[in-house]
Design a protein around this ligand. Sequence first.
Ligand code: ZN
Length: 240
Amino acid sequence: MREWIDITRTLSNSMIHWPGDPPFNWERVSDITGPGTCNLSQISTGVHIGTHIDAPLHFIPDGMDIVELPLSQLCGPAMVVDIPAARDMTIEDLESADIERGERVLFRTANQALWDKPDFDESFYGISGEAAMWLVDHEVPLVGVDYLSVDGYNQSTRPAHYALLGNGVIIIESLDLSQVRPGRYELVALPLKIAGSEASPARVIIRKMRRRPLRIVREAITGVEGQGRGTLVTEGLGKS
Ligand SMILES: [Zn+2]
């Protein structure tokens, strides 16, 4: 049985948020133990709170909003990569990882430890602009990180956001990958369907791949009359 792993951060009134953004606030407005006939709550929040998805519209004026993101881009095979270096991610970091062209990538980094702190920590690491372009060049459709931004706090021109969103790459921020080992997984990432929004909190879950994606390769036809039958060859089976 391949168990689903929840890599979503739990939303709560005490959770950290980007400096200046509206905080998350949940409150019960009717209580079944009081005068109310049922429990009823309301929330107010910035949309870049907790585990959330950035659509291109976040930085690109005519970019897709959160409703327009293709589900087939949000969900599917994904690779979890360990980047332990205490600095912004480099091309060298990416080249030493086993990232395949066109693969979704979730980065587990040194930022993980910052979630133990009660306050936002601006010393977190991001993805350098060059590394972000490497991901674009390798046709990565979705990038996930484990703190509040793909750009470090002092990357004021936001090069990773522009490189990724400007090329249609979906971003997930503030993942909880603390219980996840590097490897290949199946990803489900579903933002709320908020009309016109550039981002939304999301529930994000993964489970181990049963096997590598099935690749069916048709062998070349032999060309010899009577034997010219294609053979189906399966690759990548049997490895979990
Ligand atoms: Zn965001």
